[in-house]
Design a protein around this ligand. Structure first.
Ligand code: PEP
Ligand code: MG
Length: 324
């Protein structure tokens, strides 16, 4: 089977009835290994900038960050690279920036940290913009957005960074900017968010954690953590519908997108862009190539009628087997 999947990797990620899906990769380190996938993907759907920050001894300076980001952008140009601003806090601590809190996942995390430390965000934004010079494939993604003021503040800083660079003789166009849909509150503010940004990216890992109130890393409650919980699926299906009505390009970059059954559900809901870790690509592509869009849509309808995560998993497993 592995051989078959490998052979399929150069074929389009398209359903038997001709519905094309865009598959993208999530990156952090090891740009070389992933850049070889370039002919088979639509770009980088999520570059987690905190990953390189975790292996340094202090915050990397503007020059060092520019070099890192340039490497990503150049490796994949002209394909888009979605760079997420620093998402530390929660489970991701930097040794040189310890955060000690009783409830880290509900605490100082992502955009909350970087807006409280605009000097950190400014260096990062300047480096991203600098790195994008003459390439034009940078997109910027804001993590852990809870309300629109955070978006406005971040956009102001982005404009300031661009103005500063212009004064220094580095003129770069305004990149497309998106927000992570991962705090449940954003599900109810899609219209206001859509007025401010160019795209949504769904973080199904955190959306699941916060909708179910289950710490994604706590083994004691690991049984309860399931992105196929009916509540999560209903939320995702409504989100796909509302985002489409708003005309907002919306991708999914959480683990659900890299799970073949999850990818089929997302496709059936109407998401057209899925971003995943590179090793998940072959199986997801193979699933898409075997299942007509109408069948995926019917599967979503059937799934949404089920009451428990176990029932959903049972149905998905039976269908996946039948489709192999
Ligand atoms: C997510 O929350 O689904 C996501 C993609 O971001 P991270 O896993 O880095 O929190
Ligand atoms: Mg997240």
């Amino acid at each position: 089977l592995t051989e078959v999947l490998e052979h399929e990797q150069d074929l389009p990620s398209e359903t038997p009835d001709g519905h094309a899906m865009a598959l993208m990769v999530n990156t952090g380190l090891a740009v070389d290994a992933v850049a070889s996938l370039k002919p088979r993907i639509g770009g980088v759907g999520l570059y987690r900038t905190e990953v390189p920050f975790m292996i340094t001894e202090r915050f990397p300076g503007e020059q060092e960050q520019t070099r890192l980001y340039r490497e990503q952008l150049e490796s994949f140009a002209p394909l888009p690279v979605v760079m997420r601003t620093l998402d530390i806090g929660g489970d991701k601590d930097l040794p040189y920036f310890p955060i000690d809190e009783a409830n880290p996942f509900l605490g100082w995390r992502g955009i909350r940290v970087t807006l409280d430390h605009p000097e950190v965000l400014m260096v990062q934004l300047r480096a991203m913009l600098r790195a994008s010079q003459d390439l034009d494939n940078l997109q910027i993604l804001l993590p852990m957005i809870t309300n629109v003021d955070e978006v406005d503040d971040a956009l102001r800083l982005l404009d300031r960074a661009r103005a500063e660079l212009a004064e220094e003789g580095v003129a770069v166009p305004r990149p497309r900017v998106g927000v992570m849909i991962e705090v449940p509150a954003t599900l109810y503010q899609l219209g206001a968010l859509a007025e401010r940004v160019d795209f949504f990216s769904v973080g199904s890992n955190d959306l699941t954690q916060y909708l179910l109130a289950v710490d994604r890393n706590n083994p004691r409650v690991a049984d309860l953590y399931d992105a196929c919980h009916p509540a999560v699926l209903v939320a995702l299906a409504r989100l796909a519908e509302e985002a489409a009505a708003l005309g907002m390009p919306t991708s999914v970059c959480g683990e659900l997108a890299g799970d073949p059954a999850g990818a089929l559900l997302l496709m059936g809901m109407g998401f057209e862009v899925l971003s995943m870790n590179a090793p998940s690509l072959p199986r997801v592509r193979a699933a898409i190539r075997r299942v007509p869009l109408a069948d995926a849509q019917a599967l979503v309808a059937e799934t949404l009628r089920l009451g428990s995560p176990a029932e959903v998993r049972g149905l998905l497993n039976r269908r996946l087997e039948a489709w192999q």
